[in-house]
Design a binder for this molecule. Structure first.
Ligand code: SAM
Length: 325
């Protein structure tokens, strides 16, 4: 999608947003105002695949991302959203707003999930280099957008993958279709003759779709509300791994993001975070987030990789300093 790389900060919070009490503003940890994050709550929802999903993705224009030895990851072509915005069911109106405002991000309205950000690619490359697999792991792809990190976890053996994005439009129109696009049955080609050079038929059985549905969960909404929803569904659920790419650009969201990590990460679990050093025009970035986390004194942050191409990019991990109470 031909979005710009600028960040359009709108103070207007629309659609499903409820205003909570405007608490007195303390000078919270490390320049982060915890109360402002609490004002914006986009109600969390769990989503299921639409009944006509299989037929709709059979005609979709797709791309494939291939990184090293990782399995190829299929995803819907971004530019199609722009071209077909008027025909799509977009109750949040994020498609039309991103197009008219020509922006990748409209704070509190659209948080950038329709395009694939560099951090996702960086984290996939890191996973490839480290040869990581996820057998039996419970995984959360937090701020998933296209969902490629969660999809890889599924392909590499995860037992449960939850996908969360702020926008329901992103979950319904991009994440869920991408997960099902990647669910082509293993061995579809087994019975094809050597001479058969026609493109392999896309075969996604309904059973496979149900099976995937059983181990995946799809959620939209603000992190505050997402956390409440997950805890109300299963108070004991903890994720072994949380992947989160390009989600620390706004310091207002640090308290709720930290809360999700603290309440939903398993005792010996790991958060893998991909980020830029600094997000111009928004204000957040790795150094501010690190000092926020240090102020909370719950997690240790470890630098795993630095990429120095123009604006510095990083892969870091977070793990508990000690067992959560
Ligand atoms: C810049 S996009 C990155 C998308 C994707 N992870 C990638 O790397 O391509 C940031 C993502 O974080 C999520 N996000 C940001 N702030 C959020 C908040 N306060 N509550 C819930 N989700 C949020 C949005 O869903 C959005 O998709």
């Amino acid at each position: 999608m031909a979005f710009s790389f600028n960040f359009n900060i709108s103070s207007e919070i629309k659609q499903n947003c409820t205003n909570e009490e405007d608490d007195n503003k303390d000078t919270a940890n490390n320049q982060v105002d915890e109360t402002s994050a609490r004002k914006k709550v986009k109600e969390a929802l769990e989503h299921r695949a639409a009944a006509d999903l299989l037929s709709s993705i059979d005609h979709a224009v797709t791309e494939t991302l291939t990184i090293g030895a990782l399995p190829p990851l299929l995803y819907l072509n971004e530019s199609v959203f722009e071209q077909t915005a008027s025909e799509r069911d977009d109750a949040e109106k994020v498609l039309s707003q991103t197009i008219t405002q020509n922006s990748d991000l409209i704070t509190g309205v659209y948080e950038g999930g329709l395009k694939i950000w560099e951090g996702t690619q960086d984290l996939l490359e890191y996973i490839d280099n480290e040869g990581k697999t996820f057998s039996g792991k419970r995984v959360l792809d937090l701020g998933c957008g296209a969902g490629l990190l969660g999809i890889l976890a599924l392909k590499r053996g995860a037992s449960k993958v939850h996908f969360q994005d702020y926008n329901s439009t992103v979950i319904e129109q991009l994440t869920i279709p991408n997960v099902f696009l990647n669910s082509v049955e293993e061995g579809d080609d087994k019975n094809r003759g050597d001479e058969d050079c026609s493109p392999a038929p896309k075969r996604r059985s309904t059973e496979k779709t149900h099976a995937l549905g059983d181990c995946c969960g799809f959620f939209s909404g603000d992190w505050v509300s997402f956390l409440s929803l997950i805890q109300s569904q299963d108070p004991t659920l903890r994720y072994d791994l949380i992947f989160t790419s390009e989600t620390i650009y706004n310091t207002d969201y640090y308290p709720s993001l930290h809360d999700v990590f603290q309440k939903l990460l398993a005792e010996h679990g790991v958060v893998y975070l991909a980020t830029k050093s600094h997000y111009f025009g928004v204000g957040g970035g790795l150094y501010l987030f690190e000092s926020f986390v240090e102020g909370k004194n719950v997690f240790q942050i470890k630098s795993l990789r630095e990429l120095d191409q123009g604006l510095k990019r990083h892969i870091v991990s977070l793990s508990f300093k000690k067992s959560p109470s």
